[in-house]
Design a protein. Sequence first.
Length: 155
Amino acid sequence: MNATVAIRQATAADRAFVRDLGRRVATTSVSSVRPAAPHIVATVYDLLVDYVVTRDHAMLVALDGDVPVGFVMVVYDVPDEVTMADQAFIANMAVEPAYERRGVGRALLDAVEEAVRARGLSHISLMVTEDNAAARGLYEAAGFATERRLMTKLL
């Protein structure tokens, strides 16, 4: 059953939720090729949040009633590294595990697309771990296409 969620701009009061949920699910971004300890992944996630809030960014929160159930962080001032074209970059998105596969992620992506179009940008980019099939499926269903691949070799 899909959740009925509202999407709104995050406030300073939402920052604790964003940090908590992001830390709890951050290991979904860890590749089996390059494993990392959960405490390291959580620390790196905190650094990402600190970086995002210093940039031209948007942070959106999904709510089920008054309860936050997901978020997305978008950075606007990081151009594509190959073409230097302007883009919106989804730095991180997370959904409460109990709300996964209930339309929350898609609602967040739709809200990001609306915000990005309003800014006059033509591209939204993101990175997703190859092992995270659920996230890849969501992004592909939302119209994202693989543009490049990061390849890693264990020595």
